[in-house]
Design a protein around this ligand. Sequence first.
Ligand SMILES: [Zn+2]
Length: 517
Amino acid sequence: MLIRTSRCLFAALFLTSLASSARADFVVYDLGALGKGMTKAAGTMFDSSDLGRDTKILLPGKTQVQPGGKLSYTHPNGATVHFKLEDVRVIKVPSNRDEFTKKLTMAGKDPEALMKAGIWGLKKGLLAELYKSVDKVLEIDPKHEAALKVRELKKTMREPLPENPETEKKFRSLVKRPDMRFEKSNHFILMTDTPTKPPKGDKKSRALQRLDLLEKVYESFLLLFHAQDVQLDIPKERMMVVLFDKYDDFHEFANAIGPGLGSAAGFWEHIRNVSYFYDWGTSPTFKVLEEVMKDLREQMKDAKKARNPEIINYVKVLDLLMDVQQENSDITVVSHECTHQMAGNTGLFPRHVDTPRWIHEGLACYFENPSDGTWAGIGAVSGRRLESYRTLSSRDRVHSNLNFIIRDEIFDLAASNAGTDFAYGQAWALTHFMIETHLKEFVGYYRVLGDLPPDVSLNPELLQALFARVCGSDIVSLDGEWRQYMNKLKTETEKIEESDEGSGATRSSGRGKSSDY
Ligand SMILES: [Zn+2]
């Protein structure tokens, strides 16, 4: 297919390449070998975003086979495109909601199993299902501590924090942008100059959309810990977030705070305790993407004249991916940065003393959402992070081992070797393992770090000793356990594809194979 394209376009495509959703149909569309080199280039462009490096796109939605060897596919946002049957595979898997119901039924009257089912639901973004499990637990055991914590939290979260004019005053004095207005949600105050009118086709303004997303991270973050009986402090003041309308303003402002910050997609600055973002739609990358799409649309006009359905369809698919791309990048960046802010404001991490970098980044990456444009939940396995972990661990055991990470030397090494992505991958992998399998000890370690006197300067020996004290002195065994865990960990794409191969149920045609429809 002769189509002029650009590597930036592929950056956008691969932001959508991983999906985890409650919907049962997935379409696998392979962009072909051309994408491989492109993704590699694209992966270096967004430091904190999730970019799967596969050329396959996994699209959640509804599918229907049409006469003439076509498959119509409808994305959750309502857009429909058509694929040639031989170009795609359709995978049907049970929806997350169905899986949850099965787990809940199997749990019977066992409070712990019911809680587990609820937490599983929470991790898939099914918050209502967690509340449902908690109700069931409390019917059986009205004194169940974790369930009570969740119920209490639910009550307080529904109440907006009281109005506090002092917060606005403080915010204005910290961030001197008199041209910006305030918008508020229950737990956040947003300073912004984005338009008050909703973008075309949307019901809410960009500021309100951003606040919704922040609230979702807030709720999920607190629930994950409280549901596992870890009590966090509930912030008493609205957390401060700035949303710039224009990337250039963000860039200028960020660079004035710290060199290099301007190249981030967003950041939380712990001293002022403010998060900063810009509206993705105005970034240079997005502008380039729009230019490329304009160009492609021109080609589509010619293709229409020439009746070249292949190009017409290809452009339609790209158009659809462009539409969800903006939301994807918002979700990834906001879930990452808001996690930093939440950890610093709920007493999980100390805010006024140093926190090892692997601890902060590992947690932010754990909550980071590699999403298809819908909320995929917590701890979803990121293709980018997993690949980064696998690459380093398979070829460099010296820098991919538990001891090296807990001494917090990996980010220093990475900074001097341009291997930051590897540092994030390792920090993510160890955090994933600790949260999923040793949560209590790991939170204990967070607490110990928080209890250090402010004048203690962290060094590798101290960090190693503290970790061993709380999480176990047999670091070699724990390292082995971690590797085993990581060997089994799979991305949503891998899981979905595996279940497809395993069941042999719905199939589709793969390239070169005959269709079973
Ligand atoms: Zn971060």
